[in-house]
Design a protein around this ligand. Structure first.
Ligand SMILES: Nc1ncnc2c1ncn2[C@@H]1O[C@H](COP(=O)(O)OP(=O)(O)OP(=O)(O)O)[C@@H](O)[C@H]1O
Ligand SMILES: [Mg+2]
Length: 209
């Protein structure tokens, strides 16, 4: 089983958005996927609930992990972990114990950049990251090109030692996917093309690992 975790100290940066869409990408490819929601808000589980309204789309197993423990169903190929904001110190390492890939979404804002900087410092103490058994990548989310805020974020992310995987633009398609229980990859291809291509580097990075 391959485990991918979405994490960042900052709230609202896109952890659930990336977790749910990634889950559908693997499910649409025919893999058995489980989505573990560690957040008491339960947004990922709400999204799975909305997904039940559709027939003929691949199933994704939901795991309520708000109490901190997640056991994936037998035969799961990909476990996606959606972890709430504000996890620090030893708790970070506890969550990361079984993780193969961790993705850290960051918004183009000075507050988010500073919070990310502090968080990466905490993360750098993780021994599995140092040994290379845990891979970490960053994603710029809700990007509006040609804004000062994005250029500052891009400059920050580009000088990090961990890979800057991609930018995901600010798009109503993510809102639409969130409310319907579908993934970006399950919406009309002509409407989502510009968003979907931005995911290629994430998928390539995950495959390479
Ligand atoms: N690229 C995007 N374009 C437009 N809206 C986005 C994008 N990414 C996320 N959003 C929206 O931003 C809001 C916050 O995103 P999301 O819930 O994924 O963040 P989160 O990190 O999981 O937040 P929390 O810390 O509260 O769990 C949601 O309403 C989501 O639909
Ligand atoms: Mg969330």
């Amino acid at each position: 089983m391959h485990t991918i975790m979405l994490m960042n100290a900052k709230g609202g940066c896109g952890k659930t958005t990336l977790a749910t869409n990634l889950a559908t990408w693997y499910a649409d490819e025919g893999f058995r996927v489980a989505l573990a929601d560690y957040d008491p808000q339960g947004s990922a589980l709400d999204w799975l609930e909305a997904r039940k309204d559709y027939e003929g789309i691949p199933e994704i197993a939901g795991i309520d992990a708000a109490n901190g423990a997640a056991r994936a169903p037998r035969g799961t190929d990909y476990l996606i972990m959606d972890v709430p904001a504000g996890i620090h110190g030893k708790e970070i390492n506890r969550h990361l114990r079984r993780v193969d890939h961790m993705i850290l979404p960051v918004l183009p804002s000075p507050l988010d950049i500073r919070a990310c900087q502090r968080y990466l410092k905490e993360l750098s103490r993780n021994q599995r990251l140092a040994r290379g058994t845990l891979k970490v990548g960053v994603v710029a989310n809700r990007v509006r090109e040609n804004t000062r805020a994005f250029h500052d974020l891009e400059a920050f992310l580009s000088q990090l030692e961990i890979p800057f995987l991609t930018r995901l633009r600010e798009s109503q398609n993510y809102i639409r996917a969130a409310e319907t229980g579908l993934g970006l990859f399950e919406l009309a291809p002509s409407k989502v093309y510009n968003d979907v291509v931005q995911w290629d580097p994430i998928i390539d990075w995950l495959k390479a690992g």
